[in-house]
Write a protein that binds this ligand. Structure first.
Ligand code: UD1
Ligand code: UDP
Length: 359
């Protein structure tokens, strides 16, 4: 094998998904490089995950930072073209659906570098989400497509992707969750934030929810409606900080806003919560595994399996407080969990990559 298996990571969800893949490849003796694009750069959006999840220090950080979609995507492409030319990879491994992911697929494909996409085939069928565009383009360009949920196979087949490229492997985000489960200390989290009774964790960052001041104002009203009944703890993603604060998020004494949390602290809170209010992709999956009711403030989801095999439901701002109370009363989903969400996705992915590179 010539060159390293090169992982491109850029944003918070990438770190959680990559950790088990990198660990499994390391266990098989693979030569690996990690490139951080710098899309997320705050200590609490990036470094804390490398420390807590045991990720190797990136070999390179492109330092692209924030910007418009075109600028951020273009800067990642320019940086990666240089990196892939200077250190030709045996294969590039991409994660999820962020701008760094699509940029890496474009830069790599044009240099003829083999590409693998972890979390392929998810579709919301909503092109107003930048992630949907990123997913479709990335999946067209990758040689190996690692699918977390069975419906992804059909989506990829309908888009003309060959069957031998598609591998249902389970969910590496769930590998990370199961590997760290004994560190999630709900009682300690409760004590840390002074939470006595049942509480709700909120995490929101989608442009459709947090970018517009008028929608942010409606969202804050809805969250205050929840806080009339239950304590709400809200680790606030930097994207919504200005609009949600300006809309009066802090005005309710039962809404506790904190900085984005490290993975262990965040999942500890989630584990002990009565319900979660979110628009996060990963949190819909994590709550499925932890069997915590999840209320997703979106009109659609690319992860419908969290509804059919979990207690996720799509809700509107207007119906939020009622839906949260009903979900808390109903309690968690008690049925079968999605297939292969068993903590072994990383080793499955490593085996397929290794076999592909040897073929
Ligand atoms: C990105 C992804 C989104 C993913 C989310 C996970 C895209 C198009 N979006 O959204 O799919 O769900 O990450 O969290 O790739 N900022 C900071 N510090 C940081 C990073 C960002 O303050 O470390 C602020 C900046 O003001 C920036 C804004 O957050 O403009 C948005 O960051 P960006 O990476 O463009 O998109 P996210 O909303 O984080
Ligand atoms: N997360 C965290 N701290 C937080 C919020 C989230 O550790 O304060 C973790 C959590 O595991 C989540 C992951 O980061 O699944 C990715 O989160 P995010 O919502 O940013 O991205 P998305 O999954 O929506 O793309």
């Amino acid at each position: 094998m010539r060159g390293s298996i090169t992982h491109v990571l850029g944003a918070r969800p990438n770190f959680v998904k990559a950790a088990p893949v990198i660990r499994a490849l390391a266990a098989s003796g693979a030569d690996q490089r990690v490139i951080h694009t710098g899309q997320h750069y705050d200590e609490r959006m990036s470094d804390v995950f490398f420390v807590q999840l045991g990720l190797p220090r990136p070999d390179v950080n492109l330092g692209v930072g924030s910007g418009s979609h075109a600028r951020q995507t273009a800067e990642v492409m320019v940086g990666l073209e240089r990196e892939f030319t200077d250190n030709p990879p045996a294969m590039v491994v991409l994660y999820g659906d962020v701008n760094s992911t699509v940029a890496a697929s474009l830069a790599g494909a044009k240099l003829g570098v083999p590409l693998a996409h972890v979390e392929a085939g998810l579709r919301s069928f909503d092109n107003t989400m930048p992630e949907e565009i990123n997913r479709r383009v990335t999946d067209q360009l990758c040689d190996l497509l690692f699918v977390t949920s069975p419906e992804g196979i059909g989506h990829l087949a309908r888009e003309g992707r060959p069957a031998d490229a598609i591998h249902l492997v389970g969910n590496p985000m769930i590998d990370t969750l199961l590997a760290n489960l004994d560190k999630f200390d709900a009682e300690r989290a409760r004590a840390e934030y002074g939470l006595d009774g049942p509480y709700v964790v909120a995490t929101l960052h989608r442009p459709a929810n947090v970018d517009s001041p008028s929608i942010a104002a409606e969202l804050v009203k809805a969250l205050h409606g929840v806080a009339a009944e239950l304590d709400v703890i809200f680790p606030l993603h930097p994207r919504g900080r200005a609009t949600l604060t300006a809309a009066g998020l802090l005005d309710s004494p039962r809404v506790k806003v904190v900085e984005p949390l490290g993975y262990i602290e965040f999942m500890s809170l989630v584990r002990g919560a009565a319900a979660i209010v979110t628009d996060s992709g990963g949190v819909q999956e994590e709550t499925t595994l932890l069997r915590v009711p999840c209320l997703t403030l979106r009109p659609n989801t690319e992860r419908p399996i969290t509804i059919t095999s979990g207690s996720n439901q799509l809700v509107t701002r207007d119906g939020l407080a009622t839906a949260v109370l009903a979900a808390v009363a109903d309690g968690p989903y008690a049925g079968e969990l999605p297939p292969l969400w068993d903590g072994h996705a990383g080793p499955r992915i490593a085996r397929v990559i290794t076999a592909w590179l040897q073929s």
